[in-house]
Write a protein that binds this ligand. Structure first.
Ligand code: GLU
Ligand code: ZN
Length: 493
């Protein structure tokens, strides 16, 4: 039987690392087994629903670059794939469970439930959940009350004794005492809307989902769902609860550990490939002895047996390392294209329709900056001197250790002459020429170069100097050298 798996987010927040990890593992499993990966929006919680979260979902996956085979945006044979478009369907299933005595109508209003909670708290027995007050209500009684205009909820009958057993591909056999399962969860709300439990089970069944791979925090729902599958006489999909993702302090990954929303990583200048590669390794391995995998390779190599039971720790440094690796792999054109939005935001490249198009300057600059980029967002700072004249640094930045101001001005004069007469398309020959001149006038090459570097780039630490001169052009560099000379000459003695 072909496998069918799904990512079933609730659009109640932005896509974060945990959700994307779940989606990615489902996607890889579908590809590895020749099955289908489905996106289903579980928007039953209307109070926390946000249109912007749906947009964020689509944006995030468009950026990450891996897709579902069936989903709200592309359709498919098991649609609709948005639960709010399926609401009518769930009612019938809830009623069916009532008919076969696996569920019941409950007329307790919010007031009574609140009183119940207060009583439980006062008795120090804590919140024990619903007291099954309406469980014994006969069908006749329920019908009479409904006729009076009271809208009931429908609750699932959790067996009062015994255990519920289910199997998890990763964790093995899991047994729950029925008395530890939440007493009689609501399946259908009084307004006729389904809860997560009902919609999730009905949809997994109707969409012929074969494997449910989701975060471990959903384990407590599994016995409840098993009871529903049994009640309907359906087979529960194979379950696989994924290892937790923790922060470095051993607590569940959250904001306080740093960025967790995927669009924050995007803004911070991460490459989607780096994020995908790293996220896929959270609690999963692919092949020993290497770290870098293409998505295609992971699609081939993924196996449930290679998932870990132990929680994974999100390591921002390792992710940073991945990012550097992928930046180094990019061609000049690709990298220039990727840094364009960051340059544009810094005001260096003209915004507008041509935004994503790098020019010759950006492409020529990539070999200079590639090794220095940890994040795409580093580009504006490193490349600023290529777009405009740097602010004039202080005198001490210009003057090499062995020289004074006068000597430094002489070096700038030498550099002006050399820059005008050197062909910077041949870096080695250009270096040779500078070296020869330094020997001729009896100074160290470094002492000749440093004032030049500071005048051209604004700093003693910069991308490669001769390459920078080549990119900027002799004309512009000469102007910067002259400005530096004028500045130093005008300083009071
Ligand atoms: N809607 C649930 C969520 O937000 C889906 C849980 C499941 O996969 O069953 O994660
Ligand atoms: Zn009740």
């Amino acid at each position: 039987m072909a496998t069918r798996v799904r990512y079933a987010p609730s659009p109640t927040g932005n896509q974060h690392i945990g959700g994307v990890r779940t989606a990615l593992i489902n996607y890889l499993f579908a590809r590895a087994t020749g099955g289908k990966f489905i996106l289903r929006l579980e928007d039953t919680d209307r109070s926390r629903y946000g249109e912007e979260y749906v947009r964020n979902l689509y944006d995030t996956f468009a950026w990450l670059g891996f897709y579902w085979d069936e989903g709200p945006d592309i359709g498919g044979p098991a649609g609709p794939y948005i639960q709010s478009e399926r609401f009518d369907l769930y009612r019938g299933y809830a009623k069916k469970l009532v008919e076969i005595d696996k569920a019941y109508y409950c007329f307790c209003d919010e007031e009574r439930l609140e009183r119940l909670r207060d009583e439980q708290n006062a008795a120090k027995s804590g919140d024990q959940g619903y007291d099954r007050h309406c469980r014994k209500l006969g069908v006749k009684e329920a019908q009479a009350r409904t006729a009076e205009g009271k809208n009931p909820v429908i609750r699932l009958k959790i067996p009062l004794e015994g255990t519920t057993v289910f199997h998890d591909s990763l964790l093995g056999k899991i047994e729950w005492k029925n008395e530890d399962i939440s007493p009689d969860p609501v399946l259908l709300k009084s307004d006729g809307f389904p809860t997560y439990h009902l919609a999730n089970v009905v949809d997994d069944h109707l969409m012929k989902i074969t494997h449910v791979m989701r975060a471990q925090e959903w384990i407590p729902s599994a016995p409840m769902h098993k009871i529903m599958y049994d009640a309907f006489g359906w087979t529960q999909p194979e379950l696989c609860h994924l290892p937790m993702v923790l922060g470095s302090d051993g607590h569940k990954l959250s904001k306080r550990h740093g960025a967790t929303a995927v669009n924050e990583f995007r803004k911070a200048g991460y490459l989607p490939e780096a994020l995908i590669n790293y996220i896929a390794h959270l609690g999963c391995s692919f092949e020993d002895g290497r770290d870098i995998f293409t998505l295609g390779e992971m699609e081939q190599l993924f196996k449930i047996e290679r998932l870990n039971k132990a929680p994974a720790v999100f390591d921002y440094q390792k992710l940073e390392w991945y990012n550097g690796q992928y930046i180094r792999q990019k061609s000049d054109e690709e990298l220039a294209r990727l840094v364009m939005p960051f340059l544009a935001e810094a005001g260096f490249a003209a915004p507008g329709p041509a935004l994503a198009e790098p020019g010759p300057l950006e492409i020529a600059a990539m070999p200079l900056v590639r090794e220095r980029l940890k994040f795409l967002s580093d580009a504006p700072k490193i490349m600023a001197y290529l777009y405009h004249r740097p602010e004039m640094p202080g005198e001490s930045e210009f003057v090499p250790k062995k020289l004074d101001r006068h000597g430094t001005i002489q070096m700038l004069e030498e550099a002006i002459a050399l820059v005008a007469s050197t062909d910077f398309s041949e870096i080695e020959a250009a270096e040779e020429k500078f070296r020869a001149r330094a020997t001729e006038i009896g100074v160290k090459l470094g002492d000749l170069m440093m004032p030049l570097r500071v005048a051209v780039t604004g700093s003693r630490v910069s991308p490669p100097l001769f390459e920078s001169v080549r990119v900027l052009g002799a004309q512009e560099c000469k102007a910067r050298l002259q400005a530096a000379k004028a500045y130093l000459s005008a300083l009071p003695a």
